[in-house]
Write a protein that binds this ligand. Structure first.
Ligand code: MN
Ligand code: MN
Length: 294
């Protein structure tokens, strides 16, 4: 069960009204790399998890992400406090009000006009939150890798937001949230490498004829080599030598019944293009140098 602690996980101290910044911070509230996406990602994985250690970790981190959602949502609300009452009560001239909700030049109509100053489950561009942000597949070695990448992206968005604000309290709280994504990435990496073997993901091995082949699919200057495509781990196949890699003809075939094939050929004949035809078309009728119509 869940219960709520009235204190925030990190104390929010906002120096002043800044509706524009509030709008940008929505990215980490209802955006694809945001805290709701993180919380729902780990919560759903935890509920389906059969390994007691991973289940416990995923529930702890999911619950912490909800605490982050509360922190970032509270910052959004605080940054909007100044403009919120003014907009709701309409006590000043329209132009002054317009300036108030536009902060430091950033359009804040999403948080102000649409949502009355509170955080909404949308990204900074106003795109509604969607479960499609979560790519869980139900195989821990694949999901942990995706979780590591999700934490990396969240860290980067926080880093960019930190660079955007000079409000020391906001900077500090965002720094905490950013740091926790680093800690989560470390936990997920440890959990991933605690599964042996963890590569390739799943149970089926790859076809050994293809698992260590690098297809150099481009021709011309500019080929680069590194450990990712050269050395003892790789067999390089050049584009110029390209043939069907299975040793077959490379042409597709399908078995059909005689009746299916007869019907298919009837359709192909009916829809055949005549290579000797040069019909006058609407595109030509509309151009300046049109053919003479007899
Ligand atoms: Mn978080
Ligand atoms: Mn996290």
């Amino acid at each position: 069960m869940f219960s709520h602690n009235k204190r925030l996980q990190y104390t929010v101290r906002v120096n002043g009204s800044n509706p524009g910044l509030a709008n940008l911070l929505l990215e980490q509230f209802g955006g694809p790399q945001g805290e709701l996406a993180a919380a729902m990602r780990y919560f759903t994985q935890a509920v389906g998890e059969d390994d007691p250690g991973r289940k416990d970790m995923l529930l702890d981190i999911a619950t912490e992400e909800l605490s982050h959602l509360e922190v970032i949502g509270t910052i959004v609300g605080m940054l909007n406090k100044g403009a919120k009452g003014r907009l709701a009560e309409g006590v000043e001239k329209e132009a002054d009000l317009y300036r108030a909700i536009n902060g430091a030049g950033n359009d804040s109509h999403v948080t102000q006009v649409l949502y009355g100053g509170g955080p909404a489950l949308v990204s900074s561009a106003g795109v509604p939150w969607t479960a499609a942000y979560i790519d869980t597949i139900g195989e821990p070695t694949a999901d942990l890798r995706s979780n590591i990448a999700a934490e990396s992206r969240a860290k980067i968005v926080y880093e960019r937001l930190i660079n955007l604000t000079d409000d020391p309290g906001v900077k500090e709280a965002l720094g905490f949230l950013m740091t926790r994504e680093i800690a989560h990435q470390k936990s997920f990496e440890k959990a991933l490498y605690s599964i042996e073997p963890n590569f390739p993901p799943g149970k089926l091995p790859g076809d050994p004829r293809f698992t260590s082949v690098y297809f150099n699919m481009s021709s011309g200057d500019g080929d680069m080599s590194g450990s990712w495509n050269q050395g003892e781990n790789w067999t390089v196949v050049e584009a110029a030598d390209a043939a069907a890699v299975d040793g077959g003809s490379g042409f597709a075939s399908v078995k059909t019944t005689e009746t299916e094939m007869d019907t298919l050929m009837a359709m192909a004949t009916r829809t055949q293009s005549d290579p000797s035809a040069d019909p006058l078309t609407g595109a030509e009728l509309g151009t300046a140098d049109k053919k003479v119509v007899p």
